[in-house]
Unconditional design. Structure first.
Length: 487
């Protein structure tokens, strides 16, 4: 008798009938096939501990006789039903008291979460990318307001919960305070909902290492209790209505890698005398930060992505950026930075994206050392500044990564960033604003528009233009004498 059966990605179109006779199955994996239809009764074995049916188009019997031995699974601990085209929570879960890992993401489940889903045994619950509207199923004579303020909310009984992902649903109201009191919680992802109010305190969630609540309607200040979450690596509160100064007090977190505050109402200056030693990604774009631009509080050897565009930062570009050898993305567009073109950034061996758009940069781009250049730069946007004079041919020739895609580049389509965070970018093509949620490593863009460049630009611009992956916006026709005036 088989105990483990792994038939992942085997191009199966139906449930294998030989499983009927396998009464000792413990682990069964039929994920990523082409199975269609209702799950047959004989698939369920009382011995099953883990069942993976993800990435099939399946359904479950609409009415179950829960006393039927065919639906008694005392050993079931892990159930994966990701991307199965489900429109409701499977009712057989009512009688499953020992499930610890439940995966239901990327389905079409709508409405409230039934109270019987909240099993005390749950450690991992993934409901991402559905149409769920409430964490609570209302009882008779119970209003939604009383449900959200009650201490007896079903989710609050999950003392063992470690991983809760309900991102990209239709959830609203306040985030339950009890989530900040769960000692074992290490991942909380509620981004892409309609939660409002303030973030709860997280003073007891000391094992939390990922907190994502972006794309909601949260307001107020960041709870200072987050400084007690000493395992925190990723904090994403972007796209909300938060109103606070920069959280320098998070410097106490020894593992903080990603900090995203973008598109809120954060304000104040960025100067600080301490250092964030582990920060790889800082995104504070589209806030109300002001004063001189300083990055001295960042550890240059770690920083990979810095996005500070859409603020009121001024002064010169910090020369300490030249020490950020791991930097891949630098976006400081739409500020008031007043400086010449940062040729000194050519020393950065990994820089792929440089956006200086809509600042007060000035001067010429006439002298350039092609021995160094920008070896990996694929996106350069210096539009809407005060650059002038002849545009250096040597400068254009140095943009080799824009001109040529190697066979390796074409063979492996990849994105800029790491698994924990992938960069996004906004570029302009012929006046149209294009937002890329992820940046393909093959995407190239050169935007020189709305400056005062003079001169004759010939083959170099054409080489960029002929690359079909180039979002070309330089307004330099081949072999044409022209002057581009700022708007």
């Amino acid at each position: 008798m088989l105990a483990d059966l792994d038939l992942r990605s085997c191009n199966i179109s139906a449930f294998p009938e030989f499983i009927k006779t396998q009464d000792k199955l413990v682990d069964l994996d039929l994920s990523n096939n082409h199975i269609h239809g209702v799950v047959p009764n004989w698939l369920w074995k009382s011995s099953l501990s883990s069942l993976h049916l993800s990435f099939n188009v399946i359904d479950f019997p609409k009415q179950l006789t829960l006393s039927d031995s065919n639906f008694s699974f005392p050993m079931l601990r892990e159930l994966s039903l990701e991307s199965c085209n489900l429109s409701a929570f499977p009712e057989f879960l009512k009688s499953q008291e020992n499930v610890g890992h439940l995966e239901l993401s990327n389905n079409k489940i709508s409405g409230a979460i039934p109270n019987w889903v909240w099993k005390k045994s749950l450690r991992v619950l993934n409901l991402a990318n559905n149409h769920i509207s409430s964490l609570d199923q209302l009882l008779p004579n119970q209003s939604s307001t009383s449900s959200q303020t009650s201490l007896a909310r079903p989710i609050c009984n999950l003392s063992q919960l470690r991983n809760f992902n309900a991102s990209h649903n239709n959830l609203s109201g306040k985030i339950p305070n009890c989530l900040g009191k769960m000692n074992d919680l290490y991942l909380l992802d509620l981004q892409g909902n309609n939660f409002s109010g303030m973030l709860p305190k997280f003073s007891k969630a000391t094992h939390l290492y990922i907190l994502k609540v972006s794309e909601n309607r949260l307001e107020g200040k960041l709870p200072r209790s987050l400084a007690e979450c000493t395992q925190l690596e990723v904090l994403d509160v972007g796209n909300n209505k938060m109103n606070d100064t920069f959280p320098f007090w998070l410097e106490k977190l020894p593992y903080l890698t990603v900090l995203i505050l973008r598109e809120n109402r954060f304000y104040g200056q960025m100067k600080h005398r301490f250092v964030f030693p582990t920060l790889d990604v800082l995104d504070i774009a589209s806030n109300q930060f002001s004063g001189e631009l300083s990055i001295d509080f960042l550890q240059p050897t770690r920083l990979r992505s810095l996005k500070i565009g859409g603020n009121k930062l001024e002064g010169k570009l910090s020369r300490s950026l030249a020490n950020c050898k791991a930097l891949e993305v630098l976006d400081l567009g739409n500020n008031m930075v007043h400086d010449t073109f940062p040729f000194w950034l050519e020393k950065l061996p990994s820089l792929k994206v440089l956006i200086l758009r809509a600042n007060r940069f000035y001067g010429t781009i006439t002298k350039f050392d092609t021995k160094h250049g920008f070896p990996k730069l694929r996106i350069l946007d210096i539009a809407s500044n005060n650059f002038s004079g002849d545009l250096s041919i040597e400068f254009l020739q140095s943009l080799k990564a824009m001109m040529q895609l190697t066979n390796d580049d074409k063979a492996k389509l990849d994105y800029i960033g790491e698994n924990y965070y992938q960069d996004s970018v906004t570029i302009f093509n012929k006046g149209i604003e294009l937002f890329y949620e992820k940046i393909l490593t093959t995407l190239t863009c050169l935007d020189l528009s709305n400056n005062s460049f003079h001169g004759r630009i010939s083959e170099e611009i054409q080489m960029l233009r002929e690359d079909s992956s180039t979002a070309y916006n330089s307004n330099f026709p081949r072999g044409t004498e022209l002057v581009l005036q700022p708007t």
